[in-house]
Design a protein around this ligand. Structure first.
Ligand SMILES: Nc1nc2c([nH]c(=O)n2[C@H]2C[C@H](O)[C@@H](COP(=O)(O)OP(=O)(O)OP(=O)(O)O)O2)c(=O)[nH]1
Length: 132
């Protein structure tokens, strides 16, 4: 079983949070996720969040504290997933360079989206305002 550490960014604007839909044809295709990806060998979590936001969204971010962490085993992959607060400049416009689409979603509506399974316990915490 392949094991990976994945980091993701919590980017918010008002009551909305930035999420992205995975491309069809990839693992977990068309499911939603928080922008991010695999931590490379020798890379810190924080550096990986900043690199992934630059590659996937074309925005520079400041990475804040870790908000949540989980472990989940998919049929093909064991994932350690950590969510970090991240901030970008207010006039930055994220682009879907690697995603099928991006969406700013009201935090209360996050549990309605078909997310990657590892994220499911996180969604009610964001929806209620307990986290993020
Ligand atoms: N970025 C991100 N990935 C997530 C989240 N939840 C979750 O299960 N994942 C999974 C999806 C992927 O299998 C993996 C992240 O891999 P990746 O984004 O770097 O690259 P990838 O699609 O090429 O990965 P893969 O096909 O090898 O699985 O973690 C999330 O909230 N954000």
């Amino acid at each position: 079983m392949k094991r990976v550490r994945v980091v993701a960014a919590l980017l918010s604007r008002g009551e909305t949070i930035l999420v992205q839909q995975r491309p069809p044809g990839k693992s977990r295709g068309l499911l939603w996720e928080f922008p991010g990806g695999k931590v490379e060998a020798g890379e810190s979590d924080e550096a990986a969040v900043a690199r992934e936001c630059s590659e996937e969204l074309g925005v520079q971010v400041e990475v804040g504290p870790k908000l949540w962490e989980t472990a989940h085993v998919y049929a093909d992959l064991a994932v350690e997933l950590a969510l970090y607060r991240a901030r970008m400049s207010p006039d930055a416009v994220p682009q879907p360079y690697e995603a099928h689409q991006l969406a700013w979603v009201e935090r209360s509506r996050l549990p309605e989206l078909p997310f990657c399974e590892a994220d499911l316990p996180l969604l009610p915490l964001l929806a209620s305002g307990e986290l993020g």
